[in-house]
Design a protein around this ligand. Structure first.
Ligand code: AMP
Length: 280
């Protein structure tokens, strides 16, 4: 695996490879890699000649400074995992490499998806996500981009970003299934910050999502959402939302036939967790 810290050197290297007809796949991450991330790397290596992974904890997407400060960093282990997974290139830029002096902040016109659900609870988050992904795509210009369904709204936002920046025809977006612990808990870098007891409780998020899916045909959506919220609150979660939504803009579904995905965001201890389940 080759490690690049500088954007210019990486772009030049990849351009030389592309000139020989090689395809490039890209997996953006913030590190603290787990099997979920590595499943994206596996899909990427299977579908491309060159797999590029980036590790960059992007400050502009954190609306909560404490979350940014405590975001886990496990870089030497990450490198070992990436080498074992057959990743070809790791891009590990500094903040000034991504946002150099004179960098002009853009505004991305994402429509209503920017302000629904996560957008409401994390103002500015998706602008920050688009800012970093836009920059990384400029540097890497991949043929294929791999994202996890774990961050469903982020996938929809980046799909929109590809459309509005005219990249949708050049980059194929692959949304990869959520990797879970055997308990059902969605793998997440933030799980490292859970105590043993909190980790056991956190499984309830997945259980409530499954419950919604099983009962969807015979129960009103409002009842499903209210019950899930009550169950989680009773167990000590601070629930931001339980929503049943349409894919695309993630507007609330009016009825079961337009219910594409159930999504939850809830905090246990000091850790805010998100998860979702496709319903059809
Ligand atoms: P992050 O490092 O959290 O920014 O995640 C980097 C990428 O890995 C994103 O596309 C995530 O959606 C994806 N990802 C995170 N957790 C999982 C998981 N449990 N299963 C599959 N993909 C995941």
């Amino acid at each position: 695996m080759i490690l690049f810290k500088q954007a210019g050197a990486l772009t030049e290297h990849l351009q030389r490879q592309k000139n020989t007809g090689k395809t490039v796949g890209f997996v953006p991450t913030m590190g603290a890699l787990h099997e979920g991330h590595l499943s994206l790397i596996d899909q990427c290596t299977a579908g491309n000649d060159i797999t590029v992974c980036s590790i960059f904890i992007n400050p502009t997407q954190f609306n909560n400074p404490e979350d940014f400060k405590h975001y886990p960093v496990t870089i030497s282990m990450d490198i070992e995992h990436l080498v074992a997974a057959g990743c070809d290139i790791l891009f590990l830029p500094s903040t000034s490499e991504i946002y150099p002096t004179g960098y002009l902040k853009k505004h991305y016109d994402l429509g209503s998806i920017e302000h629904n659900l996560e957008g409401h609870y994390r103002p500015g988050h998706f602008q920050g996500v688009c800012e970093v992904v836009d920059r990384l795509l400029d540097i890497i210009t991949p043929d294929n981009l791999y994202l996890g369904q774990k961050d469903f709204q982020q996938c929809m936002v980046i799909k929109k970003l590809l459309e509005i920046t005219g990249r949708a025809v050049k980059v194929d977006l692959h949304i990869c299934p959520t990797k879970r612990e055997s308990s059902g808990l969605a793998m997440s870098s933030r799980n490292l910050r859970l105590t043993g007891q909190e980790k056991e409780l956190a499984v309830s998020i997945y259980k409530e999502l499954e419950n919604i899916k099983v009962n969807l045909p015979q129960t009103p959506l409002e009842t499903l959402k209210k019950n899930a919220k009550e169950h989680l609150t009773r167990q000590g979660f601070l629930v931001d939302y339980v929503e049943i939504a349409k894919a695309g803009d993630l507007a609330p579904s009016e009825n079961a036939s337009e219910a594409d995905v159930a999504l939850v965001a809830a905090t246990i201890g000091n850790v805010r967790l998100i998860d979702n389940l496709l319903l059809n």
